[in-house]
Design a protein around this ligand. Structure first.
Ligand code: GSH
Length: 85
């Protein structure tokens, strides 16, 4: 199973879209509010190359992917959820 972390901040509408989609899923995903957690913000900048949110960090088979677009993230999560259901 892939390890997932969602970087977000509460006032971001694109983040709300992704967070709302999670309500109907049963995924194990770590939520990182980059407005409160400066380590998370630094991780996002260092790993993804920018602090845009939402960003999904996907760790799989020793590789790390940083996915930035909310639609891509929701599509990915829906597929992942279907596999775990
Ligand atoms: N097209 C992107 C837009 C994301 C976006 O504009 N996020 C804003 C917050 S609502 C942001 O992170 N702005 C700061 C930045 O780009 O560094 C998506 O759908 O995820």
């Amino acid at each position: 199973m892939n390890k997932l972390a969602l970087y977000y901040f509460p006032s971001c509408p694109f983040c709300h879209y992704v967070l709302a989609s999670l309500d109907s899923m049963s995924l194990d995903i770590e939520l990182k509010n980059i407005n409160q957690d400066f380590d998370a913000r630094n991780e996002l900048m260092a790993g993804g190359g920018k602090t845009q949110v939402p960003c999904l960090k996907i760790e799989k088979d020793g590789d790390t992917q940083w996915m930035y677009e909310s639609r891509d993230i929701v599509d990915y999560l829906l597929k992942e959820n279907a596999q775990t259901a």
